[in-house]
Design a protein around this ligand. Structure first.
Ligand code: F6R
Length: 592
């Protein structure tokens, strides 16, 4: 879940460009940062902490040369320290490596290398790689062959970039189960973990497949397959502009992305005809199974309510990390729908690889060219644009939009598609009321615990509201089906405990109100999300975040999440936390 970049530039110094690119990858990890360039030796600058902190201690871009590699780290093996920061080198400081992924057999390799006299400087799994390359180069192999021989020895997942002083002017990159893209500019060549990192420099992108190797040098880019044969790769022209990956005047990416949600829904609705085509090609589906993690799992839960209520289709929802243990009932009549904004989540990809052996697979994904798009039979794109903030917001509402479009086309409910077109307006109304939600956030920022409750379509919304709060405020937040409270959690409700009640109008309204009464009777402070004409709810609530009274219960999950995202965001800001970079989390989880 780290981020890597490499570049060879025609006219410019590489280190400042690498630093600028790696800043765009900070959402992938911010435990440490490092850059290396080759000259007569490998020159390295690295330190622990976020890039802005590391820059205070180390002049990261003060390195010579027009080529190099860089890394931001999300620690797996070895705590975040300067010595564990990448790039890692061999014994003689002639080879440098940046790595995203995990080397599973590193202990055994390290023991062998140490017994052969190699000296290790870090606690990372990565460091075995430069030492193995060193060993093979000492035996007379060139860099490319030495990397190949190293790959034969390591187990696990990786995206690697390697440089050596013995072959200056060359970067070797490889990928296996961790993303890597290549950028081909005009005399400037790049590799990176994802597109926004290099978008300012080029939008001509090559997607590497597992097992492929790329060699960058002054003459350009060469891609080889596992056998070492040169292969022709398609160049994709990416339509995202660099501005789409900038803050555009907002304080944080997260709030910018929350504000982009009306457009994200509008743009995703344009996928309707593509989705219709896919639906027309699905034959004899008798059962649906959604598979996802985190926020994407919450989008899946709403899918269950939707498919079951519109079509009566039996629908399961399985956490991707649990799929191996609970997917036995799947067969060729099951459509397994994977939801993943990144398309690179290791748990989701593993489940996808298992499911496609016996079922029809469809992935709902935001990142064009990501691994999931190449592995699933059918691909539906969310049109949210690049999401940089670690907490998913606009990709979530876009995922939901796709789920609703799928359900609408499968059930032939075109009236539902019409309803969906009203959602951007409902979202704008909430965003116009942002200052009020900010005031509520100030009131509750010091709470120790929060509860979120909802029924039916509002239950996953409660779960997602609680997840957003936990992630970016570090306040303990639990989401519950409102009816479940009395089966245990009610014991935790005391005077002044904030309970966020999601009370969309419709079938579940009155029953949820009874649950609101229950918590109020135990002293809870009820913060509700409900219809602007819901006078009873207003009278039961200490604070109410009002929604347009025209919003139908069926589509309520999409607009109703917006106030909860804003609440979490403003509590985070009030607590002095950076909501874009919550501790211990990374945007793209490429380890199981
Ligand atoms: C929460 C969040 C995570 C992701 C989860 C799955 O805000 O972003 O819970 O939803 O890690 O990631 P994707 O959707 O990329 O598979």
């Amino acid at each position: 879940m780290c981020g890597i970049v490499g570049c060879i530039l025609k006219d410019d110094e590489a280190a400042p460009v690498l630093l600028e690119c790696v800043k765009k990858l900070e959402y992938r990890g911010y435990d440490s940062v490092g850059i290396a360039t080759p000259s007569s030796k490998i020159n390295i600058r690295k330190d622990k902490g976020k890039i802005s902190e590391a820059e205070k201690n180390v002049k990261l871009s003060d390195l010579p040369g027009n080529m190099g590699i860089a890394h931001v780290r999300w620690a797996t093996h070895g705590i975040p320290t300067q010595k564990n920061a990448h790039p890692h080198t061999d014994c003689n400081g002639k080879i440098a490596v940046v790595h995203n992924g995990i080397i599973e057999n590193y202990k055994e390799l390290k023991n062998n290398l140490e017994s052969e006299g190699h000296i290790f400087k870090s606690d990372t799994d990565t460091e075995v790689i430069p030492h193995l390359i060193e060993k093979f180069m000492d035996q007379g192999f060139d860099l490319e062959i030495a990397v190949r021989k190293t790959l034969d020895m390591i187990n696990g997942s990786y995206a690697l970039a390697v440089i050596s002083t013995d072959e200056p002017g060359k970067i070797v990159g490889v990928r296996k189960e961790s993303p890597m893209i290549v950028g081909k500019g005009d005399g400037d060549y790049f590799l990176a973990s994802d597109v926004p990192a290099i978008l300012k420099h080029t939008n001509n992108i090559i997607y590497l497949e597992d097992g492929e190797m790329v060699i960058l040098d002054a003459d350009g880019v060469t891609v080889k397959n596992v056998l070492g044969e040169i292969i022709e790769k398609e160049i994709h022209i990416i339509e995202w502009t660099p501005d789409m990956a900038e803050k555009g005047g907002f304080d944080h990416f997260m709030i910018k992305e929350i504000h982009e949600q009306p457009d994200a829904v509008r743009d995703t609705l344009m996928e309707s005809s593509e989705i219709e085509k896919i639906v027309n090609n699905l034959g004899g589906i008798e059962r649906i199974c959604f598979v996802a993690c985190g926020t994407s799992y919450h989008a899946s839960l709403i899918g269950k309510y939707l498919f079951e209520s519109l079509m009566g289709l039996p629908t399961d929802v399985i956490l991707a990390s649990e799929f191996q243990y609970s997917s036995k009932a799947m067969d060729e009549k099951t459509l397994v729908i994977f939801i993943s904004q990144s398309g690179e989540t290791a748990d989701t990809l593993k489940a996808l690889r298992t499911a496609k052996k016996r079922s029809e697979t469809l992935v709902i994904v935001n990142v064009v060219g990501s691994t999931a798009t190449r592995e699933a039979k059918h691909v539906v794109f969310t049109r949210a644009g690049p999401e940089i903030g670690v907490a998913a917001t606009k990709t979530y509402v876009s995922q939901l939009t796709c789920v609703y479009l799928l359900a609408a086309h499968m059930s032939k409910r075109m009236d539902l598609v019409e309803e969906l077109h009203k959602i951007p307006k409902f979202m704008v109304e909430v965003l116009d009321n942002e200052d009020y939600i900010h005031r509520i956030a100030k009131k509750y920022k010091d709470a120790q615990d929060f509860f979120f409750i909802g029924r039916g379509f509002s239950y996953p919304t409660a779960l997602e509201g609680a997840l957003k709060l936990k992630e970016i405020t570090y306040i303990h937040g639990e989401g519950y089906a409102a009816g479940e409270l009395k089966h245990g959690p009610l014991a935790l409700i005391d005077d002044g405990v904030p309970v966020v009640a999601v009370v969309a109008p419709g079938n579940i309204h009155d029953k949820t109100l009874s649950n609101v009464e229950e918590v109020r009777a135990r002293g809870a402070h009820v913060i509700s999300v409900g219809s602007s004409d819901d006078e009873i709810l207003k009278s039961e609530s200490k604070d109410m975040m009002v929604m347009d009274s025209e919003i139908d219960e069926l589509i309520s999950p999409i607009p109703y999440i917006v106030p909860l995202q804003l609440l979490a965001y403003y509590i985070s800001v009030e607590k002095g936390i950076d909501p874009d970079k919550p501790k211990n989390l990374a945007k793209c989880v490429t380890v199981e």
